[in-house]
Design a protein. Structure first.
Length: 330
C-alpha cells in the first residue's frame, strides 16, 4: 500500500512546480551544520570496560570505589600455544615476543616465562608462576602485558602487528583481556556507523529519486534528513554524550524517520496539487497546506517513538542491574 501511494504520487509529480531559489537556504543550513559537526563533534565510538552496566548500578559504583582506592593498570593476556612449551625453540620465541612487546611505549611491564621466573623449571615449581603463566594441560603459556593509561587503542594496534609478525604454525598467539575486547567492540561500532549510515543514504535516497523523479526534490529531502541527523549529533555532543553502543546507529534512525515523514508530506503536497489542477482552480500555498495536513500524524508518531525509546532505556537499566547481580553470584 505504501509503495502504491508513492507510485501514485510520482505520477502526479508533473503538476508540481518547485521554486528553485527556496532550496539555497536549506543547502546553506546543511553546509553550516556539517562544518559545526566536523569541528565540535567526535564521531569516534566510545566504549569502556563497564559498558554493559548502568553507571547508577550499586555494583558498578562499588567497583569504581575499589579502583579509586586501589588503582590498577589495564592488562592484556597473550596465550601462546605449542606442542612443547618447554623446548628451547619455544622459550626463545617467548623471549623474542616479550622483548618486542617491551618496545611499545605504552607498555609498563611484561610477565612471561622469559621475564619473571628464573627458568621454566622454576615456573613449574612455583605455585604463583605456574598458575599465572602455564596452562593446566601445559600446551600453552601466558604473556601478560600491563599498559599505561586507559586509552589503549594505539597500543592494541601495535600489539596486533607484533602478534601477526610472530604468529606461526607451532607458535599460535591469541589475544585476550578487557582492553582488547573493548577495542574490538569499538571497531565493530565504527564499522556499523559508517556502513549503516551510507546504506541508509544510498538505499532510501535513490529510492526517493526513482519514485519522485525530481532532482530538486531529491536534493531537498536529502538535505533535510541530513540536517536532522547533524542537529541530533550536535545536541548529543552538547549534552556531553559520546557515540556508544546504544547511540551508534542513532543517526541512521533519525535519517529514516525524517525521510518517512517527508515522504508523507510530499505525497500530501502532490495530492493537493493534483486536486487543484483537476478542479481547475489556482493552487493555494501548497507547502503550508501539506504541512498542516501532515503535522498531526507526524506529531503523534514522534510521541510514540519517543515513548518507545524511553522504554528501551528503562529496560536497559533493569537488564544492567540483573546482569551485574548474576555476575556477582557467579
Amino acid at each position: 500500500m505504501f509503495v502504491a501511494e508513492l507510485r501514485k504520487a510520482a505520477k502526479t509529480s508533473k503538476w508540481v512546480r518547485i521554486p528553485l531559489g527556496s532550496h539555497w537556504g536549506m543547502l546553506v543550513i546543511t553546509g553550516v551544520l556539517s562544518a559545526l559537526m566536523a569541528t565540535f563533534v567526535d564521531l569516534k565510538p566510545v566504549v569502556d570496560q563497564n559498558f554493559f552496566f548502568s553507571t547508577n548500578d550499586p555494583g558498578i559504583q562499588q567497583t569504581k570505589e575499589i579502583e579509586r582506592r586501589f588503582p590498577s593498570q589495564p592488562e592484556v593476556i597473550l596465550a601462546v600455544s605449542s606442542r612443547d612449551i618447554s623446548s628451547p625453540r619455544y622459550l626463545g620465541r617467548i623471549q623474542k615476543l616479550t622483548q618486542r612487546v617491551h618496545t611499545i611505549r605504552a607498555v609498563s611491564a611484561v610477565k612471561s616465562l622469559a621475564e619473571g621466573p628464573k627458568s621454566f623449571e622454576d615456573a613449574l615449581k612455583s605455585p604463583f608462576w605456574s598458575r599465572l603463566l602455564i596452562a593446566h594441560d601445559r600446551k600453552s603459556s601466558n604473556v601478560i602485558v600491563f599498559m599505561k593509561g586507559r586509552h589503549t587503542e594505539k597500543t592494541i594496534q601495535r600489539l596486533e602487528q607484533i602478534v601477526h609478525e610472530l604468529d606461526a604454525r607451532d607458535f599460535r598467539i591469541h589475544i585476550a583481556g578487557p582492553p582488547y575486547v573493548v577495542e574490538m567492540l569499538r571497531r565493530s561500532l565504527a564499522h556499523d556507523f559508517r556502513y549503516f549510515s551510507l546504506t541508509a543514504v544510498v538505499l532510501f535516497g535513490l529510492t526517493m529519486a526513482a519514485l519522485f523523479r525530481s532532482a530538486r526534490l531529491f536534493v531537498g529531502m536529502l538535505c533535510t534528513c541530513t540536517s536532522a541527523v547533524l542537529l541530533t549529533l550536535l545536541l548529543q555532543s552538547m549534552l556531553g554524550h559520546k557515540i556508544g553502543i546504544l547511540t551508534v546507529n542513532l543517526g541512521t534512525i533519525v535519517f529514516v524517520i525524517a525521510l518517512s515523514h517527508l515522504v508523507y508530506m510530499t505525497f500530501n503536497w502532490q495530492t493537493l496539487a493534483d486536486r487543484a489542477h483537476r478542479m481547475g482552480k489556482e493552487a493555494p500555498d501548497l507547502a503550508a497546506a501539506a504541512r498542516r495536513m501532515t503535522f498531526p500524524p507526524s506529531f503523534w508518531s514522534m510521541v510514540c517513538a519517543s515513548l518507545g525509546f524511553a522504554s528501551l532505556l528503562t529496560d536497559l537499566v533493569v537488564c544492567s542491574a540483573q546482569s551485574w547481580h548474576s555476575l556477582a553470584r557467579i
